[in-house]
Each structure stands twice: as structure tokens, then as C-alpha cells.
Design a protein around this ligand. Structure first.
Ligand code: NAD
Length: 249
């Protein structure tokens, strides 16, 4: 996949799936703005890896659940891209798992604020330049939890299902301007977010996965890169499930 001349912004791009995506886009020759919240060292490492892969990168600090941060970081990304952001990957995400009976309103709000409201804020901020350029690829990182639900993750499942509805609405609003908006829904992918849970639950999860293993961040990044590429120019409003065959409906 070819991204030469394209400018990408990946939120939460310093680690995990976001970092693998930044590297994958860099491999295709993209200029990648890597947003990170707190870990400047991880952002530097991601920047180095994008450079090594053949791209150019800039690390931009900012909390995507805070409107003022989003406005500033999108301005910085636009300056880096000479006025353009061609590809937006709304990847930043957190979990605050608990059974619903014990879930606090704070845990609910924190997860909805970042996973759903954050994607809204960043998408809204890049919309105008994308529409002006009559080109854009938006990829939202949802989850199979948003497709089939997951016990202990009512907040996360609601946010990720919301992101799928958001994807469909944005796809319809932006289609006339040649801006596509799609989602990926990863299954179980070992990262900082999930390592502990996956190790604990390995025995009960693996039998549910037809391919018989967890996925890798590179496998999710490949699906994101496809949706961000010109190969996907006639696909919009869709959710691509990347889960080793768990969800087939
Ligand atoms: P991760 O924890 O490695 O990455 C999440 C990234 O988001 C981190 O870089 C983190 O710093 C960043 N982030 C957190 N809060 C932020 C904020 N307020 N502002 C900006 N950035 C912030 O986890 P990951 O597994 O790579 O997750 C990436 C995305 O994939 C998330 O949206 C997650 O919900 C989704 N996902 C992951 C899995 C999985 O199994 N790992 C499955 C389905 C969906």
C-alpha cells in the first residue's frame, strides 16, 4: 500500500495498535503525526520506528478527550502536513472494566469521554480541511466488544458500539466530498491495554477463536492501512472485524 505524499494523524500512536499503524503508514511513505498523551519516550520510539520504516513522523502531545488539546494538536498536525491531514486514525482508547452492578459513573464517563467523545472531537477538527481538499480517509478503532458486547465492559462496549454508529453517520455526511469513514473492530490483541486480562483468560478465550490464537498489532494495522489506502476508495460506513473468525454474523 502506497502512502507517498499522504499526511496521517494517529491518535494514541505511541504504543500498541496505534504505533503499529503509524509504522505501517510510514512503510508506505506517509508523513505521520503521532499523538500521545503522556509517554514522550514511547512517542520518540514510535517516531524512530516510522523513520526506520521509510516515513517521516512528528510526535504531538495532547489528551484527545480535552477539546482545547484537540484543537491545538490538529493545528500542529495541519502545520506538519502543509495544511492537509489526509488520513485520520482514531485509535486512542482506554478500558475501566467492572461488572455493571459495581461500575461507577466516573468509570463510565472516563471510557465514553475518550473512546467516543474523543473520536468526535478529533474528527470534527479535521473535517473542514479534508472537505476542502476533497479527500480524506477516517478509520475509527472500535472493538468486537462493540459488536457483540462483553461482560464486565458495559462502558467500553457502549463506547465502541457508539463509534460504529458514528462511523456510519460520518460516512454519509462526508461522502459527497470524497471523504470515507470506516471502522475496524479488533478481537483479542495482546498490548499494554489487554496483556494482563489475556494472560489470565487465555484458556477460556482461545477456544472461541477459530484461528486458534490471539492477533498481532501488525494484523490490525494492516486492516487499518487498507481502509486508509486508495485500494478502499469505494468502501465507506463499514466495520471490518479483525478477530480470527470469532464474530461471523
Ligand atoms: P494501548 O494501551 O497500547 O494503546 C492505547 C493508546 O491510547 C496509548 O498509546 C495511550 O497512551 C493512548 N491514550 C490513552 N488515553 C489517551 C488520551 N486521553 N489522549 C490521547 N491518547 C490516549 O492499547 P491498544 O490495545 O493498542 O489500543 C488501541 C485501540 O484499540 C483502543 O481504541 C482499543 O480500545 C482498541 N482495541 C484494542 C483491542 C486489543 O485487544 N488490544 C481490541 C479491540 C479494540
Amino acid at each position: 500500500m502506497e502512502f507517498t505524499g499522504k499526511v496521517a494523524l494517529v491518535t494514541g500512536g505511541a504504543r500498541g495498535i496505534g504505533r503499529a499503524t503509524a509504522v505501517r503508514l510510514g512503510q508506505g511513505g506517509a508523513k505521520v503525526a503521532i499523538n500521545y498523551r503522556g509517554r514522550a519516550d514511547a512517542a520518540d520510539e514510535a517516531k524512530r520506528l516510522v523513520g526506520q520504516a521509510g516515513g517521516t513522523a512528528l510526535a504531538i502531545q495532547g489528551d484527545v478527550s480535552v477539546e482545547a488539546d484537540v484543537d491545538r494538536l490538529v493545528k500542529e498536525a495541519l502545520a506538519f502536513g502543509d495544511g492537509r491531514v489526509d488520513i485520520l486514525v482514531n485509535n486512542a482508547g482506554i478500558t475501566r472494566d467492572d461488572l455493571l452492578i459495581r461500575m461507577t459513573p466516573e468509570a463510565w464517563d472516563a471510557v465514553l469521554d475518550l473512546n467516543l467523545r474523543g473520536a468526535f472531537l478529533v474528527t470534527r477538527a479535521v473535517m473542514r480541511p479534508m472537505m476542502k481538499a476533497r479527500y480524506g480517509r477516517i478509520v475509527n478503532v472500535s472493538s468486537v466488544a462493540g459488536v457483540m458486547g462483553n461482560a464486565g465492559q458495559a462502558n467500553y462496549a457502549a463506547a465502541k458500539a457508539g463509534l460504529i454508529g458514528f462511523t456510519k453517520a460520518v460516512a454519509r455526511e462526508m461522502a459527497q466530498r470524497n471523504v470515507t469513514c470506516n471502522a475496524v473492530a479488533p478481537g483479542f490483541i495482546p498490548t499494554d491495554l489487554t496483556n494482563e486480562l489475556l494472560e489470565k483468560m487465555r484458556g477460556s478465550i482461545l477456544p472461541q477463536i477459530p484461528l486458534g490464537r490471539f492477533g498481532t498489532v501488525e494484523e490490525v494495522a494492516g486492516a487499518i492501512a487498507f481502509l486508509a489506502s486508495d485500494a478502499a476508495s469505494y468502501i465507506t460506513g463499514q466495520t471490518l472485524i479483525v478477530d480470527g473468525g470469532m464474530v461471523t454474523a
